[in-house]
Design a protein around this ligand. Structure first.
Ligand SMILES: C[S@@+](CC[C@H](N)C(=O)[O-])C[C@H]1O[C@@H](n2cnc3c(N)ncnc32)[C@H](O)[C@@H]1O
Length: 277
């Protein structure tokens, strides 16, 4: 009995997040269909579309939260029925709905494959990155690992100490937008996986990803960061090494930046005092 329970747990756990999310939507839909069969006994039809959409969205998001899928899936589960409900209400053609889903995939592809969705560094963070660049002894070669729409790459290109500002991105639409924006700013974005970047070539590397890739990234950072360099992780620290400095930013979400400084022998410098900016 317990073996089969363990087996089904493993089966569920082994499914990709997308499959689990769709299974939850399908399960909730089936449950609501059963409710709809019984409802006329108590409440006379018709039932408004918005009520079904709200029930589907709230229940799917709730189950997703209970089953502990990554937090952004809760938002996706909430939004998906609303988007489809609005499409039905507006009587949009099927191709328009499919196009919207394709656009979402082109932006959020890495949420499925790498468990890293798209969200952007805010202005306070970009200012702090520029302040961090000023603390480096040499001219700065900046790399944003997973640069999204290129916001940090563009702002770092304007930062006085920075001689090279670059980023990599693999979500197709984000890459296209980032390239277009950064080209105008004299910076450079390449369609490359962050795992293929040679970090030795940069003395300031920035990552705003998710908790999932940080252990693997830690190995890469410790192996490849050059002497007198700085690695900055936004919100998600490297799991097994202490940051040299932790900056808490004065923005709405109280962003934490974890700064890992390497000395002339490429040794990670030990923790210093906390810094607020
Ligand atoms: C949270 S967003 C951060 C965007 C940007 N760095 C910023 O701070 O505004 C993370 C980005 O990393 C991208 N990404 C995830 N895995 C990647 C990979 N293996 N290679 C390149 N980009 C990746 C995602 O597509 C997403 O755009």
């Amino acid at each position: 009995m317990s073996a089969s329970a363990g087996g089904s747990e493993n089966f569920w756990g082994a499914l990709p997040d997308l499959a689990r999310a769709l299974a939850i939507q399908a399960g909730v839909l089936a449950g609501l269909w059963l409710v709809a069969q019984q409802l006329p006994r108590w409440v006379a039809p018709p039932y408004p579309l918005w009520a079904w959409v709200t029930a589907q969205a709230v229940l799917a998001a709730g189950v997703t939260l209970l089953l502990r899928l990554p937090r952004w899936w809760v938002w996706i589960q909430l939004l998906l029925p609303v988007v489809l409900g609005v499409a039905v209400w507006l009587q949009l053609p099927l191709w328009a709905v499919l196009m919207s889903l394709v656009v979402l995939w082109l932006l959020f592809r890495n949420a499925l494959s790498e468990q890293v969705p798209l969200y952007l560094s805010n202005a306070t963070t970009r200012k702090a990155l520029c302040a961090a660049a000023k603390t480096l002894p040499q001219p700065v070669r900046f790399m944003d690992l997973g640069c999204g729409l290129g916001d940090a790459v563009v702002s770092m290109a304007r930062c006085p100490k920075v001689v090279q500002s670059s980023g990599v991105e693999t979500a197709p639409l984000s890459l296209w937008i980032a390239r277009w924006r950064t080209r105008r700013a004299g910076a450079q974005v390449v369609g490359l996986s962050l795992w293929q970047v040679e970090l030795q070539r940069y003395n300031l590397v920035y990552a705003f990803l998710s908790p999932v890739p940080m252990a693997r990234l830690q190995e890469k950072v410790l192996q490849q960061m050059p002497p007198h360099s700085l690695f900055i992780a936004n919100s998600f620290p490297l799991p097994d090494v202490a940051a040299t400095e932790i900056w808490q930013l004065n923005d709405r979400r109280g962003t934490y930046l974890y700064l890992y400084r390497f000395d002339g022998q490429r040794r990670l410098l030990p923790p210093e005092v906390c810094h607020e900016s």
